[in-house]
Design a protein around this ligand. Structure first.
Ligand code: NAD
Length: 428
């Protein structure tokens, strides 16, 4: 997201566009353009040196017509309520398109997590919970790790919440480690879901995954599991992945003509998704500049790193060979570039459908916590396959039926589901 764009205005604009297509009445629009509830808190934190600091925190609950609010909790320097509002709104649409019984929420604290020691992080998250616990819970609002937070922090969240309510409540957060109520399969859920969407697209286009080539941007959690599943599930070839190198302050693309070996690259990648250039070169990889993934002659492009990567100024670089754009990252394609993608008839799998495997697996985690009964990884992935295939079909059918772009179709499916639930509940 570029700095000039207010993300919440963007989320509202996107909503207005689809509201027009669905011909939604004014009262329904007024309801959905803004979050139903939002909390602004000032979280006190006793620093290790004894100083007391106060941090601004937010929790936004956009809509819960379909079920409890769901969405990450970010620790991010410069966090604004508008960003949190936008992300909460997008979570409503993501859960709805995935057809899971959850609404949209998001939280954030304006803090640079790198400036905190581990005990300070623990005290900050516990302080946040103490201010908000009455409005959180498996039946109200369920956070998850996000930018600047992790599975350990979710465990502290769960522990503090359990202290407040006086009982063990693992389902108050998802994204927990497997040893503390997490779900098997969560690490690869997003990438697995992306590959299910690609498989379903290939079927519709009358193509076979075997030998299909892909270029992936990024090599973090999502890109790694996408690469592995693309090769294992479909028999595809991943020509390149890329990463950001913090030491060089530059991005690089790692290319191999016959296809990369994701497991080898994983063995030379650090916890931030940065690949060791020297070791890669020794193993016969070509290390190209960071933008090369976009112009690669492949069948499928998979941006899996950052938002705003395909723009008016670089969209024309996409090779003529590309047939599918699978948006693994959130918001990788800017609106102006969308027009070119449409014109060139590149088949788009929109982000909030494509990467919804993560939140769907979070939903499964909550279901397992509720039942206090845990599934095998094979069971999780088979249920995920079923859910993602159905979600994909409903969007594809909407696109065919209304003759609209896949992104618009995904929004139409999502918004219509939320509106239907609101009507049934007597809200509008
Ligand atoms: P991550 O932090 O694990 O990995 C990010 C990767 O992108 C790293 O390899 C990093 O080096 C690379 N990168 C960063 N800047 C780059 C640049 N300029 N050029 C090339 N590579 C660059 O993040 P992730 O969890 O894999 O998430 C990736 C995207 O997917 C984000 O947009 C995220 O919001 C979205 N997403 C993630 C999940 C999930 O389950 N993790 C779910 C839904 C959506």
């Amino acid at each position: 997201m570029t700095k000039e764009i207010n993300p919440f205005e963007l989320a509202q604009k996107q909503f207005d566009h689809v509201a027009d297509m669905l011909d939604l009445p004014e009262d329904v629009r007024a309801y959905l353009r803004w979050p139903r509830k939002e909390f602004h808190v000032r979280v006190p934190l006793r620093m290790d040196n004894g100083e007391l600091k106060i941090f601004n925190g937010y929790r936004v609950q956009h809509n819960n017509a379909l079920g409890p609010n769901k969405g990450g909790l970010r620790f991010f320097a410069g966090e604004t309520v508008d960003t949190v509002r936008a992300l909460a709104t997008w979570m409503t649409w993501k859960c709805a398109v995935a057809n899971i019984p959850l609404g949209g929420g998001k939280g954030g604290v304006d803090v640079d997590p790198a400036s905190l020691s581990t005990p300070e992080k623990e005290r900050l998250i516990r302080g946040y919970v103490r201010l908000l616990w009455k409005n959180m819970g498996p039946r109200q609002d369920v956070p998850a790790p996000d930018m600047g937070t992790n599975a350990q922090m979710m465990c502290w969240f769960m522990d503090e919440y359990s202290n407040q309510v006086g009982q063990y409540v693992p389902g108050v957060v998802t994204g927990k480690p497997v040893g503390a109520g997490g779900s098997l399969g969560r690490n690869q859920a997003t990438g697995f879901g992306i590959v299910v969407c690609i498989r379903e697209t290939l079927k519709r286009l009358g193509m076979n995954g075997k030998g299909m080539t892909a270029a992936i941007q990024g090599f973090g959690n999502v890109a790694q599991s996408t690469a592995i599943n693309f090769i294992n599930m479909l028999g595809g070839i991943v020509k390149c992945v890329s990463c950001w190198d913090r030491a060089d302050k530059a991005s690089y693309t790692f290319y191999k003509k016959e296809g990369i070996d994701p497991n080898f690259l994983l063995s030379i990648t650090d916890q931030y998704g940065t690949i060791d250039k020297v070791k890669a070169k020794e193993a016969g990889y070509e290390v190209l500049d960071g933008d090369s993934w976009l112009s690669m002659d492949v069948d499928i492009l998979i941006p899996a790193a950052l938002e705003g990567q395909i723009r008016a100024d670089n969209v024309e670089k996409i090779s003529k060979q590309v047939k599918i754009l699978a948006e693994a990252a959130n918001g990788p394609t800017m609106t102006e570039a969308d027009e070119v993608i449409k014109k060139r008839k590149i088949f788009l799998i929109p982000d909030f459908l494509c990467n919804s495997g993560g939140v769907t697996c979070s939903y499964f985690e909550g279901v397992q916590n509720d039942a206090n009964f845990y599934w095998s990884e094979a069971e999780v992935l088979s249920k995920l396959d079923e859910k993602m295939t159905a979600a994909y079909s409903s969007v594809y059918e909407m696109a065919q039926q209304k003759k609209v772009y896949m992104r618009d179709a995904a929004y139409m499916v999502a918004i219509q589901r939320v509106v239907d639930a609101m009507k049934l509940r007597g809200w509008v």
